[in-house]
Each structure stands twice: as structure tokens, then as C-alpha cells.
Design a protein around this ligand. Structure first.
Ligand code: UDP
Length: 405
């Protein structure tokens, strides 16, 4: 099939680890690559945020990234992009007259708005993956949530008008039903993991001699790094290594990185906490392999790639029992699930796993097995192709489209 993929703020070509560059970028890059490897042809549309970028950049055989001129050609926070989605949709609809996609798949709600406008004009079936939901963000972040007003209303409406909604975990099904999106419109296809890159054997990042707890993610409060630092005094002999955020040289100027280091001092564990900064995607497997346990302790998490990447590298995971992590991590089999925002419970789980070599070995084997058999990209791309084929078979009369912002 010819597939138009839309990821307005999250380019598959972006470096990961920054505030707005994480799982969605990795997901779109890997999904596009796996679909192309299965014989499909793709154009991935993302907003042009750098005047030096050519409009079309080849990413792999049969995959092109298209930088859509919409709004200023500079990097902007994603929460400021809504006003440019009409322009994005118009440009894309013109491009589709040549590309003639057989299906469009939008990632994130703003991409969804651009998609439904272009899809109506060009009569293309539409598929949406939310990646994150406004209702969940508002619940957890309250007044700190900078999402545009009406995000939740748009998300509800999109769920009713696109041809298919792809949900990534069971928890998202529940959230969407609460939002008012009928269960019958949703299909569960989780994200995948690249098991050729994330594997047990290979280079290992330097170790210090201490037991290593590794945590990976954008340096934002909801990732739960503060809970980990608060747990550390009760996990003797272990170090906490945090990967993600700005480049190492810029950590000094990052207010949240400094806050984490201050907290480590207050908890008297500053000699056991290390902030590494952003690590290039191809170096990530070596960091996972260097860990005795990976801790993924967000307050909430739409899917959560990092525990799955750790599992594929044969590293046991201690994870908060939230969102997608309750699907990927099998409690007591591939890792341990703990309550979110509970440093005491976290320290108990970490002490137990770090003190039990046999448990770590058995979790490691089960984790690799689960990653390879349930989440390898060729398999996930096969499920997505089947969904596209079914969306493309929907009669035109069954498709309704809302007005875009
Ligand atoms: N990542 C990376 N370098 C870093 C930090 C993170 O390549 O320094 C990658 C990580 O391997 C994963 C993604 O960024 O693929 C983070 O995805 P996740 O779903 O865990 O979190 P999100 O950023 O979407 O909230």
C-alpha cells in the first residue's frame, strides 16, 4: 500500500531525549521502517522546524520524510502548534494529489486534525494513534498542563470520525471509553521494539563497580526520577544512572537536571546519582546492558518504550503499574510492578531484585522471550498492515469528518 503517515511535531529523524522528542519519534521511525521492509511505500509528514532542511529527505528504501512548511521554520513547543494545522493539512492535501495514499495514519491528536481535513478532500481512509490523551495529562498535571484549550473535545471528536483508532494498551481502551470513543472503533496494536538492535549481546557502557539502577527518559517531573532518588537511601550499594534530557554539556543549564541533583544532595546520595544527558539512539542498547535493573517509574505512561527496550536487552524491570507498563511488564515474571509515586515501595522492590541473582536471571530470560515473541516490529507491522487493509475497505459513505481548527 501507499501509506501517508503524519507526525506533526515528532520527526522520525529527530535526536531523542529532549523535552518533545521521545517515544513517538522512535515509534514512527520504527513502524515506517518495518512497513517499508514488508513492501509498503511511505511518506512521513512532519512540520518543517529548520530552514536548512530539504522538503523531502529519504529515510530508508521506500520511506521519505516530508517536511511540511506550516508556521515558522523553527523549533516550537508542541503545545504551540495547533494554529498551523490548517496550513499543514492544505499543504499535505496538495501533496496527496501526486502521492495518492491508500491510507493515512496520524500520530497524536493535532496530526489527526490535519489528517481528517486532508483525508476528506482526497477521500483517503484515516487511522489515528493518540500516543497520549489530554484527559490523562490534565488529571495528572492539573494547572501545569499547557495543552491547548479544547484538546479533549478534539480528541473525543476525532475518535468518532476517523475510520480506525489504534490503541496501544488495555488502559488506553478504558480511557477512550470514558472519553466517549466507542470500543468498537478501536483496535489494540501495541508499539514494538527493534529486537535486532536491542538484544542481550553487544557492547556494554562503562560500569563503576556498584550495582546499577538505570532509568531512561526525558527529564520531566512525570517520569518519576525524584521518586527514584528518594528511594535510593534505602537501596544501599546501588547507584542510580539517569539517561536522557539535553546533551551532557548542557545539563548545567537545565533547571530540572539541577533540581534532581539538589534532591540527591538533600537525600545524601549525591555520590550515587549520575546524570548522563542525551544518549544517541544507537548507543542506548549498551546503556541498558550495563544495568542490573532498569527502573521505569512514571506517574502515568501512555505506552512506555524504555521498559520494553530493557526487556529486549535481557534486563529485569521495576516499573510503576500504570498505562502501557501493565501490559508489557509481567509482574513477577519479567519484572516487578510497583505503585507510582511511592519511594518506599520502590526501594523494597529494588532491594529485593538487586539482592536476588536467581530472580534477576529468570526475569532476564522471560523478558527477552516476551519482547521477541510479542513485540518484534515485523509482527507489529503485520498487524498494522491488516488494520490498514480493513480501514481501506470501509465504504466511503461510512466516513464522516469534522471541521478542522
Ligand atoms: N531515548 C534515547 N536517548 C535518550 C533518552 C531516550 O534514544 O537519551 C529513547 C529511548 O530509547 C526510547 C525513547 O527515547 O526509545 C523514549 O520513549 P518512551 O516511550 O519511554 O518515553 P516518551 O519520551 O515517549 O515519554
Amino acid at each position: 500500500m501507499r501509506i501517508a503517515m503524519i507526525s506533526e511535531h515528532a520527526s522520525p529523524l529527530a535526536a531523542l531525549g529532549g523535552v518533545d522528542a521521545g517515544g513517538q519519534n522512535a515509534h514512527v521511525a520504527e513502524l515506517a521502517g518495518a512497513l517499508a521492509a514488508a513492501g509498503h511505500t511511505l511518506r512521513v509528514y512532519t512540520r518543517r522546524d529548520d530552514p536548512g532542511r530539504p522538503v523531502v529527505v529519504p529515510m530508508a528504501d521506500r520511506v521519505e520524510v516530508v517536511h511540511v512548511p506550516a508556521g515558522p521554520a523553527e523549533s516550537l513547543p508542541k503545545d504551540q502548534l495547533l494554529p498551523y494545522m490548517g496550513e499543514f493539512a492544505n499543504w499535505m492535501a496538495d501533496d496527496w494529489r501526486d502521492f495518492a495514499p491508500e491510507v493515512a495514519h496520524a500520530h497524536f491528536w493535532m496530526s489527526g486534525l490535519a489528517m481528517v481535513t486532508a483525508a476528506r478532500r482526497c477521500d483517503v481512509p484515516s487511522v489515528l494513534t493518540y500516543h497520549a490523551l489530554g484527559t490523562v495529562k490534565k488529571r495528572h498535571q492539573g494547572s501545569a498542563d499547557t495543552s491547548p484549550a479544547h484538546r479533549i473535545g478534539y480528541e473525543r471528536e476525532l475518535g468518532r470520525v476517523v475510520d480506525r483508532v489504534v490503541v496501544q494498551c488495555q488502559d488506553e481502551v478504558r480511557e477512550l471509553v470514558l472519553l466517549g470513543v466507542p470500543r468498537s472503533r478501536t483496535t489494540l496494536v501495541p508499539s514494538g521494539v527493534n529486537v535486532s538492535r536491542f538484544r542481550k549481546d553487544g557492547p556494554v557502557a562503562p560500569r563503576s563497580g556498584r550495582l546499577r539502577i538505570l532509568s531512561v527518559g526525558r527529564l520531566v517531573p512525570r517520569k518519576g526520577f525524584e521518586d527514584l532518588i528518594r528511594a535510593l537511601p534505602e537501596v544501599p550499594r546501588a547507584e542510580l544512572v539517569i539517561v536522557g534530557g539535553p546533551q551532557a554539556a548542557l545539563l548545567e543549564r537545565d533547571p530540572y537536571a539541577q533540581r534532581l541533583l539538589r534532591l540527591a544532595k538533600e537525600c545524601h546520595v549525591e555520590d550515587r546519582v549520575q546524570l548522563v544527558g542525551a544518549v544517541a539512539a544507537d548507543r542506548m542498547p549498551a546503556w541498558y546492558r550495563s544495568a542490573d535493573v532498569v527502573a521505569a517509574t512514571p506517574w502515568y505512561e501512555p505506552f512506555g518504550l524504555t521498559p520494553l527496550e530493557a526487556m529486549a536487552c535481557g534486563v529485569p524491570v521495576v516499573a510503576s503499574a500504570v498505562g502501557g507498563l501493565t501490559d508489557t511488564v509481567v509482574d513477577g515474571v519479567t519484572g516487578d510492578l510497583v505503585a507510582p509515586q511511592d519511594p518506599r515501595g520502590l526501594s523494597q522492590a529494588l532491594r529485593r531484585i538487586l539482592g536476588d541473582d536467581n530472580r534477576r536471571l529468570s526475569y532476564s530470560a522471560a523478558a527477552v522471550d516476551r519482547a521477541v515473541h510479542a513485540y518484534a516490529w515485523p509482527q507489529i507491522a503485520g498487524r498494522m498492515s491488516a488494520l490498514y487493509a480493513s480501514a481501506a475497505g470501509v465504504p466511503v459513505a461510512d466516513r464522516r469528518t469534522p471541521a478542522v481548527a
